[in-house]
Design a protein around this ligand. Structure first.
Ligand code: ASP
Ligand code: MG
Length: 405
């Protein structure tokens, strides 16, 4: 007998029909003698619709109320799923995040889980129930409802799997697993049998949004092995786990294209100590996260100047521009330019640690396609380049072809 945690995303419970299908899958797992916990997201686009509704009544809705509102989405799906299971003759019970013992800090709309007391869940499992936990929510020690940030049901599932010491955590979604590239753009992309946490984090951070980033970080921290698989079929998915020796034989695990970045360039920045600190501190204070950063070698000898470029998430661009413009008089750069027509192409693989020539091959591939590289950044297991947005998909296909066939 194993303890299983299943997580079903919004598309997997989008309709009554799909909820019944999920109930059948859970009842079958329980029928095989396992203990089963299911974490669910809100049905379909419920969360987006609730956010829209809130903005129609208030330009800047109160975040504490927002959390109570958004948590109702998962209340709906979890209770319906429990009803569907009971209709199949399978004992089942739904629990809110709070009832499942999930305690968070008080940062509304993006709370962090502080601890989980799984006692009640164990008791209900031992009594023969499938336990359905509403994803994405918890409560503060003072009893206020919180939510865990968009996509937070993944985090609920991973954290519960860790707290319950589950034997297996399966993340059911509308894709078959993690692919070498987005199959909608790259027809030859393949589903991966396995991937390491670090590779998954780099790919997710590079725009391959299969799961909430933080949930993968938590899985890594608590060594929760999990599987990403489809709720629409019974195919094996992709196992996400600690890096193993054999993983290093594969140099490149996947490629991703992030179309959600914009580039900011400060032209003619005085090359003296403290300038970069000034710029990035101001951005950080405005809660703008910066991804790639490139500073040129300085030019001019009497008063050396340099150019400084960085990328931010596209929605943060207006804010970033305002922050930078406010610094102009003080820092004394000549001008600021921005570019939204970019794509960030990233090549990811733990095998890069032990193999050389990966960057050269990537750049050659892009050159052969006549694609210019804007900025380059690297980590131990990733190489990212900026390319013109219009050529992003062509670049993705070419680089995928060169490394992954
Ligand atoms: N319903 C929430 C959202 O859409 C949480 C989740 O889906 O995981 O962000
Ligand atoms: Mg959702």
């Amino acid at each position: 007998m194993a303890l299983l945690v299943h997580k079903y995303g919004g598309s997997s419970v989008a309709t009554a029909e799909r909820i019944r299908k999920v109930a059948e899958r859970l009842a079958a797992a329980q029928g095989q003698g396992h203990q089963v916990v299911a974490v669910v997201s809100a049905m379909g686009d419920t969360t987006d619709e609730l956010i829209k509704l809130a903005r129609q009544v208030a330009p800047d809705p109160d975040e504490r109320e927002m959390d109570v509102l958004l948590s109702t989405g998962e209340t709906v799906s979890s209770t319906l799923l429990a009803m569907a299971l009971r209709a199949l003759g399978q004992p089942a019970i739904s629990l809110s995040g709070a009832q499942a013992g999930i305690v968070t800090d008080g940062v509304h709309t993006k709370a962090k889980i502080k601890n989980i007391t799984p006692k009640e869940t164990h008791r209900l499992l031992d009594a023969g129930n499938v336990v359905i936990v509403a994803g994405f929510q918890g409560q503060t020690p003072g009893g206020h409802i919180t939510t865990l940030g968009r996509g937070g049901s993944d985090l609920t599932a991973i954290a519960l799997a860790a707290a319950l010491k589950a034997d297996l955590c399966q993340i059911y979604t509308d894709v078959d697993g993690v692919y070498t590239a987005d199959p909608r753009i790259v027809p030859t992309a393949r589903k991966l049998d396995e991937i390491s946490y670090d590779e998954m984090l780099e790919l997710a951070g590079s725009g391959a949004k299969v799961m909430q980033l933080r949930s993968v970080e938590i899985a890594k921290k608590f060594r929760v092995v999990f599987e990403v698989r489809s709720s629409l079929n019974t195919n094996a998915g992709t196992i996400v786990k600690e890096e193993t020796r054999s993983m290093e034989d594969i140099v490149v695990r996947g490629v991703a294209l992030d179309k959600n970045q914009a580039k900011v360039t400060l032209v003619g920045v005085p090359d003296r100590p403290g300038v970069a600190a000034r710029v990035f501190k101001s951005l950080a204070e405005a809660a703008i996260s910066v991804d790639m950063i490139v500073q040129n070698v300085s030019h001019g000898s009497s008063q050396p100047l340099t150019d400084l470029s960085f990328t931010v998430d596209k929605p943060d661009l207006p804010k970033a521009r305002a922050v930078i413009e406010a610094l102009q008089a003080d820092v004394g750069f000549q001008e600021v330019s921005t570019d939204e027509n970019i794509g960030k192409l990233s090549l990811v693989g733990v095998g890069m640690r032990t193999h050389s020539g990966v960057a050269a091959k990537m750049f050659e591939t892009l050159a052969a396609e006549g694609i210019n590289i804007g900025m380059i950044s690297t980590s131990e297991i990733k190489i990212s380049v900026l390319v013109e947005a219009a050529k992003g998909e062509q670049a993705l296909r070419a680089v995928h072809g060169a490394f992954l066939g």
